[in-house]
Design a protein around this ligand. Structure first.
Ligand code: DAH
Length: 339
């Protein structure tokens, strides 16, 4: 038996394997259940007891030698596989799927960029708000229909805590904490209690603008909005302002742009009028300035608010609002090149 072990030991020293299959064959031959090492173990039972100690030590020696040899061969195969001489190191290791920015983020950033160039700083505020910042300070009468449960999400146990219905609430937070001149642009998500459909959702996004200083005029507002429209939709874009009503501005207006889908000729998107409404605006009501701690005899302001989904639809003609919140990559991938 000792002779047999010695022969095997010298055999082990000579072993070689050039790939995984050969290595596995060696493992099976020597170390598996039916391998030679187990055969020796079986024979070991018949070794006379005075020789058991020595034979046992030799078998252990053989086992260690086998394990070390196979480990060494495995290492060699691994490094041979990694032989890089024929490999194109510039190739990507696997197809890397790049993500895309969400279309609403792309458009939001475009809007913020345009206003940043006009000197507007960015400001944000909480989505979970109180009645004062959303309605009270914004000159909404106590019985104004927008305060109705049908429009606003309330928290049952705390009627004063609501989800903001517009980003105008950020205006009042900024004015409370800053003395004029103030020139801010405020993006954010807003919530309204609407049934979800292709044309309405219970949350959407707005960007609010506010300018408060001495001698601010409606002309300033109009020029800033014209610049914005032409930067966003092209130099040929026209604007028109229609009188409107908002509690927080006086006078108030809604702004249309010439439909950038049909170029103003009339199409189904602009309902064949050639114009599409994109925002509300006006001169900040003195009541709002006073409610936020700003002297309305010294300062004036203008404000405007627009929906990011609406602007995105105009740019990319997304037909169904629900697509914006479904995270379907087949939709999102369309905006890969817009990043
Ligand atoms: N807060 C209005 C809305 O949600 C939009 C708006 C209109 C904002 C006129 C303004 C504004 O700042 O002056 O519909």
């Amino acid at each position: 038996m000792l002779q047999k072990i010695a022969t095997l030991l010298s055999e082990v020293a000579q072993l070689s394997a050039s790939n995984e299959q050969e290595l596995e064959a060696l493992r099976v031959k020597y170390l598996s259940k039916k391998g030679l090492l187990n055969d020796l173990m079986a024979e070991f039972r018949n070794v006379p007891s005075d020789q058991k100690r020595e034979v046992g030590m030799r078998i252990n020696e053989l086992k260690t030698a086998l394990q070390e040899k196979l480990a060494e061969l495995r290492l060699n195969i691994a490094t041979t596989d990694e032989d890089l001489t024929d490999v194109d190191l510039t190739r990507t290791p696997y197809p890397v799927k790049l993500g895309t920015r969400h279309p609403l983020s792309i458009v939001k950033h475009e809007i913020l960029d345009i206003f940043a160039r006009l000197g507007f700083a960015m400001a944000e505020g909480p989505e979970v708000e109180d009645d004062w910042h959303v309605f009270g300070s914004m000159n909404f009468a106590d019985d104004h229909p927008a305060r109705d449960m049908q429009d606003t999400f309330f928290i049952e146990a705390h009627p004063d805590v609501i989800l903001r219905t517009h980003t105008s609430s950020i205006e009042s937070r900024v004015m409370e904490n800053t003395q004029p001149p103030i020139r801010v642009i405020c993006p954010g998500r807003v919530y309204r209690n609407e049934a979800i459909s292709a044309r309405a959702h219970c949350f959407f996004h707005q960007v609010e603008g506010l300018y408060v200083d001495k001698d601010v005029s409606f002309t300033d507002l109009k020029q800033v909005l014209l610049t914005f429209a032409q930067e966003m939709f092209g130099a040929e874009t026209k604007i028109r302002l229609r009188p409107s009503y908002f509690p927080f501005t006086e006078p108030s207006a809604e702004m249309d742009i010439s439909c950038n889908i049909c170029g103003g000729k009339g199409c189904s998107f602009c309902k064949h009028t050639g114009w599409v409404e994109i925002l509300g605006c006006g001169m900040t009501d003195p009541n709002v300035l006073e409610a936020c701690g700003i002297d309305s005899k010294v300062y004036k302001g203008y404000a405007f608010g627009m929906g990011v989904e609406r602007i995105t639809n105009l740019k990319y003609q997304v037909k169904d609002l629900r697509l914006f919140s479904e995270n379907d990559v087949r939709f999102l991938e369309n905006f890969m090149s817009a990043n």
